[in-house]
Structure formats: C-alpha cells, structure tokens
Design a protein around this ligand. Structure first.
Ligand code: ADP
Length: 414
C-alpha cells in the first residue's frame, strides 16, 4: 500500500509540475507577445511622433511668417527658419530666455504684455540693422482646458516692403500736390492782379494772360505725364510693338522739336544708321525720343549740337544714345535723375516748363519694352542718355516672309 501511495503522489506531483510548466510556458509566450506588441506600439508611436514633429517643423519652416513658440516658463521652445533669418539667429536657442536668445528689449516687453493681456495684435518691431527692417508681431498665450498656461505663440510678418511702398506713396502724393499747387497759385495770382485793375492796360493784360496760358499748359503736361505714369505702373498701357526703322523715328522726333531747337540755336544731328530695326510701339518710341531730345535741347548749351546715334549687337539688341554738350549731370545725381520729380536744378526745370516726370516715363516705357535706360556724364562735358530696345526681326519681302534676318545682322544701311 505504501509504495502504491508514493507512486500515486509522484504521479500527482508530476502532473501538477507539468501543468505548472505549461502554464508558465503559456504565460511566457503571452508575456513575450505582449512585450512585442508594446515594443511595436512604442516604436510606431515614436516614429509617428517623429514624423509629426518633422511635418510640423517643415510646415513652420515653409511659412513666410516667422514663428516663435515659448514654453510655460517663457523659454524658447520652437523657432522656425524664417524667424531665424529675420532676426539673424545662428545658434540653437531652444531653452533660452527671450533676452538671452534675441537681445531685444521690445520683444521682452511684448512677451510681458501678452502675459498680462492674453494677446497682442499688430505690435511694431523695428530692427535697427543694415538695411532697417520692420516687423509686425501678433502674440497670444496658449492655455489648456483648465486655463493654465502652456506657453505663448508669436507670429512675425516682415512689413519692410509695405512700409517702403507706403512712404513712397506718401512722398508721391506730397510731391504731386506741391507740383499742382505751384502753377495753380501763379494762375490765381495773375487772375487776381488782372481783376485788380491790370486788365485796363492791354499790354500788361496780354502778358498776364500769356503767363496764365503757360502755367495752365504746365498743369496739362503734368496731368498727362501723371496719367501716363499711372497707366504704365498699373500695366494698363497697351503697347503694340512692331519692327520700326529707328533712323526714321529719330528723324520724326527731330522734326517735331526743330522749332524748339532753332529757338536755342541747337543743331539736331541724326546719326542713326538707316535700316536699323527696333521692336517697339511707334507712339511710345516717339515719346521716349521726344523726352530725351527735349531735355538735351533744354539743358544742353545753346548754340551746340545734340547727337543721336545707335548701335546694334546680337546679344544686347539696339542701343540708342542722345548726347548733348551742356553742363552734364553731377555724379551725385546720376543715379537719381530717373526718379519721379527729381531735378538737378529745380528752378531751371520749372522755368523750362518741366514736369520732373519725363525721365521716369522714359525709364518705364523702355523697361516695358524689355530694355533699360541709363545715363553717363562727365561734369562740364555734357550728358549721354542711352536706352536699349530689342532688335526687330526683318521679314524678307522678296521671298514672301520665308527668310528672316535680324536687324543686328544688317550692315546698317540696307
Ligand atoms: P524735367 O521735366 O524737369 O526736365 P526730367 O525727368 O525730364 O524732368 O529730368 C529730370 C532732371 O534731370 C531735370 O530736371 C534735369 O535737372 C536733369 N536732366 C535731364 N536731362 C538732362 C540733360 N540732358 N542735361 C542735364 N541735366 C538733365
């Protein structure tokens, strides 16, 4: 009986051991599976998080605006690339306080104001570097559902160009008002003098009426030039470019201004080679040549020549020069003469009936043809105003247009 009992016990124990081992093995397998699942999940989660962060960073970096995110302790948590460029940040500033990161008191003040007020809109930040830069900043605190602070976000817009445009516009309006007021004041003055009794003397009355007419003309020219400029700048001016013979166009401009040139005893010489073709709008080309010739007659020395010449090459198209032998343009004014209302000698320009817009119009017209305008001058040696225009392709009339030759390939006398 005893050995039988022992055998039974051994069998029971063996069975229990087997069961326990199986359970253990199952448990271990379960555990391994669980661990694998956890690892896979954490790896996927980490990958998803990294992907999300990379997408977020790419999104922030691709923005035009600068973005700065501060944490709950107001330390830098994120700064995107546009802001790094705007503020000249060249190192890793994550974890730094505002002053340490940017050394800008105004920015620190903005952060304190945002803490107090919750959000601040259109805060102006001026960066005194070279060139000066203007930023508009919008900032807001980030709060969780309980209203506890998670930090702050600041968005920076570069408004430097807008500011410059605004200043130019303001300056332009002030200039236009001034330019319009001057002839108007004179017209009013002459009219009042006439009404005050001068009309009784026919000689004086005629002189005053002539002055009124002259200043009214000036107002008309100014308004015409302003309208031309406005149309050019808004792209409303319709151009109809065609192959044009430059020599003939210059001759027409010289003929139109012959009377004015004769008054000042100025000889106009057209030395543009015949056959040189430009691709331009006829009326606008006439306006460019007219403005440059008119200036050369007005500002060149009386009794001297004005030379118009042109060359052509395959790369640069046709280059035309209007050269006078007057006092020329001082070096400091060379870069400015094409600006609206810029005059070297204000009184002289007004006296000659100038609007101060002639060269600005020349520059715009030439540019809208795809060319450029510039001037070279040596003090006392006269001015050489030049402009380039695309050379026109000339249809060969004999073969009905099948053959094409560029004007730059002609011998200039064809
Ligand atoms: P304006 O109506 O005053 O002539 P422009 O725009 O045509 O206006 O010219 C601007 C200024 O450039 C003129 O006021 C003048 O001072 C200067 N200028 C233009 N052409 C010449 C020239 N050929 N020689 C000397 N100065 C010139």
């Amino acid at each position: 009986m005893w050995p039988g009992f022992l055998t039974l016990l051994a069998m029971i124990l063996g069975g229990l051991l087997w069961l326990t081992r199986r359970r253990l093995a199952r448990f271990e397998a379960e555990n391994a599976r669980l661990q694998h699942t956890i690892e896979t999940y954490s790896r996927r989660h980490a990958e998803a998080l990294a992907r999300e962060q990379a997408q977020q960073a790419a999104l922030f970096d691709s923005m035009v605006e600068g973005v700065l995110v501060l944490d709950s302790k107001l330390k830098v948590r994120l700064v995107n690339q546009p802001l790094e460029r705007l503020l000249g940040v060249a190192r890793d500033i994550r974890g730094c306080a505002i002053m340490e990161a940017f050394r800008l008191h105004e920015l620190e003040e903005l952060v304190s104001r945002t803490v107090r007020e919750g959000q601040v809109g259109d805060f102006e930040l001026e960066l005194l570097g070279q060139p000066r830069c203007f930023l508009e900043v919008n900032s807001a605190r980030i709060l969780d559902r309980q209203g506890d602070s998670l930090g702050m976000i600041l968005v920076f817009h570069d408004v430097t160009r807008l500011k410059q445009l605004e200043n130019t516009r303001r300056e332009f309006v002030a200039n236009v008002s001034h330019e319009l007021r001057t002839p108007l004041t004179l017209i009013k003055g002459f009219a009042e003098t006439l009404l005050g009794g001068a009309k009784n003397d026919p000689a004086v009355a005629t002189r005053f009426l002539q002055m009124i007419e002259k200043h009214a003309d000036r107002l008309g020219f100014l308004i015409d030039d302003l309208l031309t400029l406005a149309r050019l700048e808004s792209g409303q001016l319709h151009l109809d470019p065609k192959p044009l013979e430059l020599h003939a166009a210059v001759q027409r401009a010289c003929d139109d201004l012959g009377g004015r040139a004769a008054e000042r005893n100025v000889g106009l010489l057209n030395e543009v080679p015949a056959g040189l073709l430009v691709h331009a709008d006829a009326e606008r080309l006439q306006q460019v040549l007219g403005n440059l010739l008119d200036n050369a007659i007005k500002y060149g020395h009386a009794g001297k020549r004005v030379l118009v010449s042109a060359t052509s090459d395959a790369n640069h198209g046709v280059e035309c020069s209007v050269r006078d032998f007057g006092p020329g343009i001082p070096p400091a004014a060379i870069d400015r003469v094409f600006e609206r209302f810029y005059r070297v000698d204000r009184a002289r320009s007004r006296e000659q009936g100038g609007t101060g817009l002639g060269l600005a119009i020349v520059k715009h017209l030439v540019q809208s043809h795809g060319g450029r305008a510039w001037v070279t001058s040596e003090a006392g040696q006269g001015a050489d105003f030049r402009f380039s225009l695309p050379a026109a392709e000339m249809r060969n009339r004999e073969d009905g247009g099948a053959g094409m030759a560029t004007a730059s390939n002609t011998d200039g006398h064809g």
